[in-house]
Design a protein around this ligand. Sequence first.
Ligand SMILES: Cc1ncc(COP(=O)(O)O)c(C=O)c1O
Length: 408
Amino acid sequence: MIPYGRQTISEDDIEAVASALRSNLITQGPVVEVFEHRFAERVGAKYAVAVNNATSALQLAMRVAGIGQGHRVVTSPITFLSSANAAVYVGAIPDFSDIDATSYTLSPAALVNNWKPDTRAVVAVDYAGQACDLPEISRVARARGAVVISDACHAVGGGFHAAGDGDRTWCLGGNPWADITVFSFHPVKTMTTGEGGMLVTDRKDLADLARSLRSHGMVRDAARFETPDDDPVLGEKGPWFYEMQSLGWNFRMTEFQAALGLSQLSRLDSFLARRREIVATYNAAFSDLEWFRVPRLRHLADGDTTSWHLYTAQVDFPMLGRTRTQVMAELALAGVGAHVLYIPVHLQPWYRKNYGYRPGMCPVAEEFYRRALTLPLYPMMSEVDVAQVISAVRALAPAVTNAVAAAA
Ligand SMILES: Cc1ncc(COP(=O)(O)O)c(C=O)c1O
């Protein structure tokens, strides 16, 4: 079965991990630091903080941005659970605003209409790898006193063109509109560390706090110690000394994950190029199907910097005369593992029970979900795999002809 996504691991990756495992230190150490520097450089940001996964990075982002009790955090319903759960972890109320019907990312207009007075952060998700309209989202958020946390988990290595704002292409991570950006290195993402995540920012104070909170809120830098030298018990501060200055967690990345990350980072651009090539082949092969809408780009005219994590089509299942479950079963018989990403988060039972969220709250997202079908996309797909997906999808079409004939 061709899966909807999977990692691309080379012998170099395996060697990098093995060599990290042969060293004395295997949890967070110098390799993590090198990975952070190289990653910050690649995305054009000043500081990067590596963590055990992006869910932790989002939780850290909330804390360092000062989000907590009594605040609201708004995000897109078309995302993985973590984008919203992170707000709950710090005691804030997660809120949802509808998506734009073209890019499937947060609609700035809907954001304005749904804005609530206590909203202190917007988590802007780059669904499928396409950057959301960060400049506009940021203008809406900052004018109302909220911070922008860019959830670029789908978009490692991606960028966007901002007309009128320097008229240039910006990286996700290194841009003036997000206060903090978060990336995921889960195996199906555009590069992997097994599990892993990165928080990036241009603000040193936020990066320093994130670094401390990822390791129990500990501080080892003597210049930042709070304990006075004349403290009767802790006055002597030798090389062993550390202080816990806030309540943090253990969100550390290991050396062998960072070694894998460094090795993958050196091939990120080739991964992205292959993903774009497959998307172009799919789009050309499916463009004539009446019942199938290929993913669309907001910035197509400005050059494609989308990092294409997912290929999610909009399928008219009633026109095909079958349910989505039936269509996925037919694709599976042809060896194609399709998926549905995502179930709108506000409609998850936990969110309905705790916040009273109901269908109808985000109509564009709910309609997107009814039609969504995610097809396989990953760099290791061969031409034969791509052709197999195309022919399995196109083979769904004769049923349309049959259904039309039967109805006549
Ligand atoms: C949009 C989005 N945000 C956050 C996450 C959480 O990432 P991780 O699995 O690294 O915790 C994911 C992962 O699937 C995601 O897709």
